[in-house]
Ligand binder design. Structure first.
Ligand code: GMT
Length: 375
């Protein structure tokens, strides 16, 4: 099949999932065309099976807002015709599903019928999409996609609750390529980050309000009063500065390191002992899954789809959003001795294998086939 994937090219989960999916599909013999405004961060190599098409929006003084949807839908029309694309797969409803629908309609005028699969990722539904400014357009684009998928049962329920949805939604969970994760970096170079007697606690996100970054610091503050530990903060975003200020006011500067965005997530997780994810909302929690596959137990909130990934008492613990006292106690429970920690580590890895890429990518292929039959 020839598949055009539309996504955000940044460090966010939806872009990562779309990129990894495209790479996996290309390895299974499909021809994949990424269409976005920048080469996706996790897309290193282009080859005859993986193409990248940049969407450009030329500046024009009249425009207060640049018409990205227009440029994207025009680009899609051109690419579909030039490369004889069979299927459009858009990740993140705003504005991709809307632009994809317009492209489909333009192509229809020329006798080209192409199905569109829309994957909902979370904030396109819960935080942004349900705002009255966007809701009619998002509802329309979901109802007019040929196939709609959501990354968790929880996101499916939220979508049905927040929008007037007149169609089925297939749940296709996020996935991980377990074969790529070698615990081969023998000592994982943990000595670079911490003393032998210290545990390493990690948080990775885009440092937005929804991630409750201050909770991460507060939870760590309580844990390190009981257990020697370091905190690694990986990512960039608006909440980084306030978090750095909190670290300073708590006198934790020599225990917390802010590493910024990283392309070496697996190396960082390799020497981590605990992952913190106290998010306010999370449709799935891909970062938690990436931690688990690297044998890192997760202390998290029970928001959204996180309980579908992090199993309470098995791969880590779940608490109500904002219950930092309980999250700190749970962290201490996991880290208190090597036997307990190792048991959590093993179970985290085992549970993560349920989301192996080889189980999930065929589900998308089946949906593509279904969409092609019905078009
Ligand atoms: O986590 C974010 O804020 C980024 C966001 C995105 O759109 O890239 O992530 C969402 O999609 C990920 C991949 O499906 C999910 O794992 C995240 O849970 C989800 N984030 C939220 O729902 C807040």
């Amino acid at each position: 099949m020839k598949i055009a994937i539309v996504c955000y090219p940044t460090f966010g989960g939806s872009g990562v999932v779309a990129t990894e999916l495209g790479i996996a599909l290309s390895k299974r013999g499909h021809e994949v065309h990424f269409v976005t405004y920048k080469q996706p961060v996790r897309l290193a190599l282009l080859n005859e099976k993986i193409h990248f098409h940049e969407v450009n929006v030329p500046d024009y003084p009249l425009f207060h807002y640049q018409p990205y949807e227009l440029a994207l839908s025009s680009k899609l029309v051109n690419i579909v015709k030039k490369h004889e694309i069979d299927i459009l797969h858009v990740h993140y409803a705003i504005p991709h599903a809307y632009a994809g629908y317009m492209a489909k309609e333009m192509l229809k005028q020329e006798g080209i019928h192409i199905p569109m699969v829309t994957t909902l990722h979370g904030t396109d539904i819960t935080l942004v999409g349900s705002h009255p400014f966007y809701r009619p357009a998002v509802t329309f684009s979901i109802n007019n996609s040929d196939i709609v998928t959501s990354v968790s049962e929880s996101l499916k329920t939220d979508t049905q609750r927040l929008f007037d949805i007149k169609r089925d939604i297939d749940v296709v969970p996020n996935f991980i390529d377990t074969s790529q994760i070698h615990q081969a970096h023998t000592d994982c170079q943990r000595a670079l980050m911490a003393q032998d007697d210290e545990r390493i606690i990690t948080h990775i996100s885009n440092f937005r309000k929804v991630k409750r970054i201050q909770d991460v610091v507060e939870i760590f503050h309580r844990i390190q009063l009981e257990i020697p530990a370091k905190l690694l903060m990986v990512g960039e975003g608006p909440e980084r500065e306030p978090a750095e200020a909190l670290v300073k006011s708590l006198g934790l500067e020599d225990r917390v390191r802010f590493l910024g965005n990283s392309n070496e997530i697996d190396k960082i997780l390799c020497f981590s002992d605990l992952f913190l994810l106290p998010s306010e909302a999370e449709s799935f929690g891909l970062a938690a899954l990436e931690a688990m596959v690297n044998k890192v137990p997760v202390v998290s909130s029970n928001a959204g789809g996180i309980p579908e990934v992090n199993v309470d008492g098995v791969t880590g613990y779940l608490s109500n959003v904002g219950n930092i006292a309980e999250m700190a106690l749970n962290g201490i429970k996991i880290l208190k001795d090597d036997d307990t920690l190792n048991a959590f580590k093993e179970r985290a890895r085992e549970e993560a294998t349920k989301f192996d890429i080889n189980h999930i990518v065929p589900l998308y292929e089946e949906l593509y086939e279904k969409a092609l039959v019905n078009v």
